[in-house]
Design a protein around this ligand. Structure first.
Ligand code: DHE
Length: 559
């Protein structure tokens, strides 16, 4: 009885104050009908959650909680020095974007939708449900069991040079033969597919959708198709496999934005085995309820995954050699970890802490942070680009969303001891054609560095890529207007030239021309030596192509 009393005493005020807090947060907030709320929720998930977070606490995008999106009940816009935004200002920001990097939505959303979204973000966000191992298991579909799959490759495609291409808005990937440029298969996957990654053997492609649907494609089938599927969460971006010797194709791991956790699965069936939450303390020592899993990469030198937790800024080295007794090294880096890639030796992993304007370098051999390097505004490397600079030796490169600069960082490499002193220093900043860069790429057989700028507001720049000569980076780049080179008629919407990807032999570079959902899109293939167009791959089914993943290069982390 005593206990019960204590319990009631302890809990009631918390519940009351939560209810009071909720009521206070909703005070003066616009009211929405159930239908409007459902519509706004859907738009928020599709367009906003990636940058601002489900709980709207902010990451790459600003915090969008009502304590500052909503004006005070008396209509005033200042409280203790904090500016309150209110309906009109929010509508403007959503329509036209901001200098701080918020993109404009007036070409994507209608005026009514913009009004609705401005209202919605003044209300208190709902906390979405959790997602357990049981629910993950219930979603699991083994479409073709392992013993019923081909025992050898049943098609005559050169699998090494196959490309898995994201068709963003149709929730599909196109498997395109890199030799013939023919579409071999279009495979239904999750909503707004994000990335494809390869199994260590190169046989299986893992495709993750933003809705958390993970699809496993078997390239050995006569017509490659999905052999297993599972829903790993409600909102996801990353997946990788176990690549260390002895563990090839054994495990897969996928990270979720919501709920903030990662799922370990059997590599050949996607049967869920374990879920690990990433909730916890930030590098500043504050609790965060929504630390989303950003990039995941698989080490080739240890049975380990590098799992980057966005909001906490912690990098997890997860040893998968004994998943029942999982050992994790937690490395304190910097907040808002996003995308990254290996250095040339594949010992160091470099990841952008994008809203902190830093690159964190992890020494995976020693299991510790090697360096935190200051770079320009909002670094966004994709997986970065590695090459040997004629003056500075081995470097890894990142571009930026918020600055017209490509930054070259020196990386340690025992093959080049003379450049040891350049390790983790910014050795050169190369002027890019504009800000809004998302991806850079090169290949060990190439002397070119390719960089896009799809998020630049200027059409001419967003539709182009720049090609730099690695032998002399002081020379201005060759700028290729991919939209014009495609030969397709001009469209009202900007067709963003995005994500350069090399063929397996390093002779060609493929660029997506990412048009509107109803516009004809294409992939333009360039000869890497002459920079002439070799082929424009276009098809009515090629809708909104974005990321492209060459099997061999992705399998071996070549970039
Ligand atoms: Fe991506 C990689 C998250 C928007 C194309 N993107 C990644 C990774 C993360 C991420 C965490 C690293 C995965 C890994 O390596 O394991 N992306 C996000 C977002 O949160 C964001 C900003 C907003 C959102 O709502 O999703 C976002 N991304 C986009 C796009 O709009 C892009 C340009 C087009 C698209 O298809 O959606 C896009 N992201 C990509 C691509 C990669 C990627 C092509 C893989 C690059 C590579 O070469 O590995």
């Amino acid at each position: 009885m005593k206990k019960l009393k204590y319990f009631a005493f302890a809990v009631l005020p918390v519940a009351m104050s939560a209810a009071f807090g909720q009521a206070r947060a909703q005070e003066g907030a616009p009211t929405l009908t159930a239908e409007e709320k459902a519509q706004a929720k859907k738009i928020y998930f599709e367009r906003c959650a990636g940058c601002h977070g489900v709980l709207r606490k902010g990451a790459t995008g600003k915090n969008l909680e009502p304590h500052w999106t909503k004006k005070l009940p008396d209509g005033s816009t200042q409280e203790g020095g904090t500016l309150k935004l209110g309906q009109e200002r929010l509508e403007k920001i959503i329509s036209y974007g901001t200098e701080g990097g918020m993109v404009n939505f007036d070409d994507i959303l209608t005026k009514d939708e913009i009004k609705l979204m401005a209202k919605y973000i003044q209300t208190t966000p709902d906390v979405p449900p959790e997602y357990s191992l049981k629910e993950t298991m219930d979603s699991w579909k083994l479409i073709v069991p392992v013993d019923q799959r081909p025992k050898k490759q049943m098609n005559n495609f050169n699998l090494k040079n196959m490309f898995s291409v994201t068709l963003r808005d149709t929730g599909e990937v196109a498997l395109i033969d890199g030799d013939t440029k023919e579409i071999r298969s279009i495979v239904k996957t999750g909503y707004a597919v994000h990335i494809s990654r390869l199994s260590a053997s190169g046989r299986y492609v893992y495709v993750i959708g933003r809705d958390g649907r993970l699809s496993l494609i078997d390239l050995w089938m006569e017509k490659p198709g999905v052999v297993a599927e599972v829903k790993v969460g409600f909102d996801a971006r990353s997946v990788d496999t176990s690549k260390f010797k002895g563990f090839e194709d054994k495990y897969a791991v996928a990270g979720s934005y919501w709920p903030p956790q990662y799922v370990i699965m059997e590599g050949e069936t996607l049967k869920p085995l374990k879920i690990v939450s990433t909730r916890g303390m930030t590098v500043d020592g504050e609790y965060h309820p929504e630390p989303r899993v950003a990039s995941i990469v698989s080490s080739q030198i240890k049975p380990e995954w590098v799992i980057n937790v966005k909001e906490t800024g912690q990098i997890l080295l997860v040893d998968y050699s004994d998943i029942k007794n999982l050992k994790t090294t937690t490395i304190e880096a910097a907040k808002f970890l996003h995308d990254g890639g290996w250095d040339m030796t594949q010992r160091y992993f470099l990841v952008a802490a994008n809203a902190s304007n830093k690159i964190a370098a992890v020494d995976t051999k020693e299991g510790k942070l090697a360096a935190l390097i200051d770079v320009k505004k909002i670094p966004h490397p994709g997986r970065g680009a590695n090459f040997v600079h004629p003056q500075f030796g081995p470097v890894w490169t990142t571009g930026h969303l918020g600055a017209d600069v490509l930054t070259l960082i020196g990386t340690p490499n025992p093959k080049y001891p003379q450049y040891k002193g350049n390790a983790w220093k910014v050795v050169q900043e190369v002027k890019h054609i504009g800000s809004g860069n998302l991806f850079v790429k090169t290949h060990p057989k190439s002397t070119h560095l390719w960089a896009d700028a799809p998020q630049n507001p200027e059409r001419e720049i967003a539709e182009s890529v720049a090609v730099y000569d690695i032998k002399d980076l002081s020379k201005p780049p060759v700028v290729l207007n991919v939209a014009k080179d495609s030969g397709l008629p001009e469209t009202k919407a900007i067709r963003r030239a995005v994500h350069p990807e090399y063929s397996a032999d390093g002779a060609e570079v493929w660029i997506s021309l990412w048009g509107g959902k109803t516009d004809q899109s294409a992939i333009v293939v360039y000869d890497d030596k002459t920079l002439k167009v070799k082929k424009v791959i276009t098809d009515p089914k090629m809708i909104t192509p974005t990321g492209k993943f060459n099997v061999y290069n992705t399998q071996h982390d070549i970039y």
